[in-house]
Ligand binder design. Structure first.
Ligand SMILES: CC(C)(COP(=O)(O)OP(=O)(O)OC[C@H]1O[C@@H](n2cnc3c(N)ncnc32)[C@H](O)[C@@H]1OP(=O)(O)O)[C@@H](O)C(=O)NCCC(=O)NCCS
Length: 269
């Protein structure tokens, strides 16, 4: 358990962190979730979001904040994702005196391909190699951070558990679906959610997102245990990325499903 306060702590009752983020391999990951519960407090108004943005965002991030679409839902989602990412970095990299960095000292900007890029103002705490990944669903945002040089990319995804078969039909190949034959309906839905989440997490670890890779069929998921907690994800060969595989870890907390993945440096796979 970390003693580092979360970036949203000052909005008492409105933000909390409580999801365990699974870690796929021996690379050190720091994970953070920020859960927004608007039914408990009015932490949802445009004014409150603006106040929070002013408190936690640096100047370049403020410019991104101002450029976001007007939709309150999107602005809230973006901001809560930034809070989770800043918290994940702050958890990973206390400053030289062991003090938690201020959220504004952790800068999260959008990279060339849409993924988040993190830097900290004091280079002594982390140098340039800090990786972050963000995901959100409705009122939940999750993020992971990593400062391990063996990692080339990291990815996280979060999904709401669902029992219909839309994701299964859309996101899994025939052979992936066949690998689930014989499971009871609920167990099958659980595995589908984990496998889909793992594909999304790997696509983020690659820095592309899913569709530039060729969509869900460009990734093939194999379960490494009977629960689907550890998965191996193969990426179809392409001129840019080459053939490779990733290990992903998944967890389910109630109706929230999470996956993380790490892209190792070549030669370290
Ligand atoms: C990047 C991608 C994986 C995002 O997935 P998503 O489910 O739309 O959204 P998530 O909440 O999981 O992730 C969004 C975050 O991913 C990050 N992201 C965006 N592009 C990225 C990229 N190229 N690499 C790494 N991360 C990226 C961003 O931080 C973004 O949040 P932000 O814009 O608030 O900063 C997208 O490429 C994708 O494939 N979406 C598929 C969604 C889909 O088809 N759903 C249908 C289900 S039936």
């Amino acid at each position: 358990m970390s003693l580092i306060p979360t970036a949203g702590d000052h909005l008492q009752g409105s933000w909390s962190t409580h999801l365990d983020v699974p870690s796929p391999c021996d690379v050190e990951l720091s994970g953070r979730s920020v859960v927004h519960q608007p039914h408990r407090s009015p932490g949802d108004s445009v004014e409150q979001l603006d106040a929070l943005a002013e408190l936690v965002l640096g100047p370049a991030e403020q410019a991104d904040w101002l450029a976001l679409p007007a939709s309150t839902r999107r602005r809230r989602q973006w901001l809560v994702g930034r809070l989770a990412a800043k918290d994940a970095v702050r958890q990973l990299l206390p400053d030289a005196r062991g003090r938690a960095l201020h959220p504004r000292e952790v800068k999260i900007l959008k990279g060339r391909r849409g993924g988040p890029e993190a830097t900290v103002e004091d280079p002594s705490v982390g140098g340039p190699h800090i990786l972050v990944s963000i995901a959100h669903i409705d009122h939940v945002a999750v993020a992971i951070a990593c400062a391990d040089r063996r990692a080339q990319g990291i990815g996280i995804d979060v999904e709401r558990f669902r029992t219909d078969r839309v994701i299964e039909r859309f996101g899994l190949s025939e052979s992936e679906r066949r690998s689930l034959d014989g499971l009871a309906a609920r167990a099958r839905a659980d595995h589908v959610a984990r496998m889909w989440c793992a594909k999304e997490a790997v696509s983020k670890a690659l820095g592309t997102g899913l569709f530039p890779l060729g969509g869900p069929s460009a990734l093939t998921v194999e379960r490494l245990d009977e629960w689907g907690a550890r998965l191996r994800v193969h990426v179809a060969e392409s001129p840019e990325y080459g053939a490779r595989w990733f290990e992903a870890a998944t967890a389910r907390n109630g109706d929230v499903v999470l996956a993380t993945a790490v892209a190792r440096c070549r030669g370290d796979e």
